[in-house]
Design a protein around this ligand. Structure first.
Ligand code: SF4
Ligand code: SF4
Length: 428
């Protein structure tokens, strides 16, 4: 029997049994902060999944709604005394819902777009050309705002502009470094490729400064995480297989990404979600995971001296922990690099480790609640008196920028690598 026919909830049956209903997972759950109701918190979702497995509740709209109220931030997993992996349970429940009810129109459309790189590229190109028809530039910011409301996009939302040329198309596939230095495959990710290309340029400048060979595989795809939000595991599997084959084309010491979500997918979620149901892929996915690192984590490991690459201009900076780095223990390295960078005065914000409210498509489905979560983040950033906030995930950057702009704040939102490469980029 193919493993694909197994009820996704059956795969997490043992994990479901571990929940003792203690409620410790309420602490720091952003969904509980936003909705204030039991089905939003891990304990409530675990209970719903237990009932769904026993078939004693309908997988109706209410169940769907409850399972959609999760940002997969992993805070509950950190707090749980019994190691209940709620994020894994929610992913399984969403897959079960999608299998029994079909994908929503929105998630079917998301899957259609992310599965096809050339379609995405064409969409990004059209968006960069037609942007002025739909968006207006917001004075004094680098963002855009919709001219009129569109489905799933309130017109108060601030959106970053699409780059004229994708990052991957600007560079050769192999950029040779010095003999004996690490060979690094760069998993760019959609946001860096199509929107925040400066992150990619900074990564390239920093790893070349260290003498590394940087390989940018041309046929790399979306990591698939937007599909995971809607239970579209088939799309995630297809993308994981394509990315795996593409990353395996080159002998490399590391697979690096400057996007916390993408490195989180390759490092943790591919083996956990796709490897578990497909033993043939499992070994290869685990080998990929073992090589996958976050960009700042790798720069720290390779001994980057940020005093030599920073810009020197005085800047008060605060740092936000992306959930996909925090849950993998990457918290010290970006801070140590920023502290050592010339001119940077690092000020800790309250709740730096709390989710910014993005949560994949949570931000689209529950925009109001996502911004309720984000308000606390904006307040904490502004309270530090920082001129810039650094983070390691382009998705968090988009969400934090939206929140800060709606607060009327001029705090700049930057990727950690942009700050670390200030000196190198200035010399170019
Ligand atoms: S903390 Fe863990 S064991 Fe306690 S209710 Fe939450 S998921 Fe269950
Ligand atoms: S993953 Fe985050 S949002 Fe989801 S239940 Fe756990 S703490 Fe709440």
């Amino acid at each position: 029997m193919s493993d694909e026919t197994v009820d996704p909830l059956k795969r997490v049956e043992e994990q479901l049994k571990r929940c003792v209903k203690c409620g410790a997972c309420r602490q720091n759950c952003p969904a509980f902060t936003a909705f204030g109701r039991e089905p939003a918190v891990a304990r409530g979702k675990v209970a719903l999944a237990q009932h769904a497995l026993k078939n004693d509740i309908d997988l109706d709209d209410q169940t769907y709604l409850a399972m959609s109220k999760c940002l997969l931030c992993g805070s509950c997993v950190d707090k749980c005394p019994n190691d209940v992996p709620t994020d894994e349970i929610v992913i399984a429940a969403r897959e079960a819902l999608a299998k029994r009810r079909g994908l929503t129109t929105f998630h079917a459309a998301v899957g259609h777009v992310i599965k096809n790189r050339s379609r995405m590229k064409m969409g990004a190109w059209m968006a960069s050309l037609l942007g002025p028809l739909f968006f207006k530039k917001v004075p004094a910011t680098s963002g855009l705002r919709l001219r009129f409301p569109m489905p799933f996009m309130g017109n108060t939302r601030h959106i970053p502009a699409i780059a004229g040329k994708p990052f991957i198309d600007r560079h050769p596939e192999v950029i040779p470094g010095e003999p004996g230095k690490p060979r690094i495959v760069f998993f760019v990710g959609c946001m860096t490729n199509f929107v925040y290309t400066e992150i990619g340029e900074s990564a390239l400048a920093l790893f070349r400064h260290l003498g590394c060979t940087v390989i940018i595989p041309k046929d790399q795809q979306c990591c698939g995480l937007p599909g995971m939000s809607g239970g579209d595991i088939e799309t995630v599997r297809e993308l994981a297989e394509k990315n795996l084959a593409e990353m395996e084309r080159y002998e490399a010491d590391y697979v690096m990404s400057a996007c916390a979500t993408c490195s989180g997918a390759l490092h943790r979620l591919y083996p956990l979600v796709i490897g578990k149901r497909n033993p043939e892929l499992k070994i290869r996915l685990e080998a990929l995971a073992a090589k996958t690192v976050d960009a700042a984590q790798l720069l720290h490991k390779l001994g980057l001296d940020p005093a030599a690459t920073g810009g020197g201009e005085a800047l008060r900076v605060t740092y936000h922990d992306p959930c996909h780095l925090r849950t993998r223990g990457v918290t010290k390295q970006p801070r140590e690099l920023l502290k050592a960078a010339a001119g940077i005065d690092l000020a800790e914000m309250e709740g730096a480790d709390r989710c910014c409210g993005l949560g994949g498509t949570f931000n689209v489905y529950h925009y109001g609640s996502s911004m309720t979560i984000n308000n606390a983040k904006s307040d904490a950033i502004v309270a530090t008196g920082a001129e810039a906030v650094a983070t390691g995930c382009p998705g968090c950057m988009m969400q934090i920028s939206d929140g800060l702009k709606q607060h009327g704040s001029r705090v700049e939102v930057l990727h950690t690598l942009q700050l670390l490469a200030r000196g190198l980029r200035a010399k170019k």
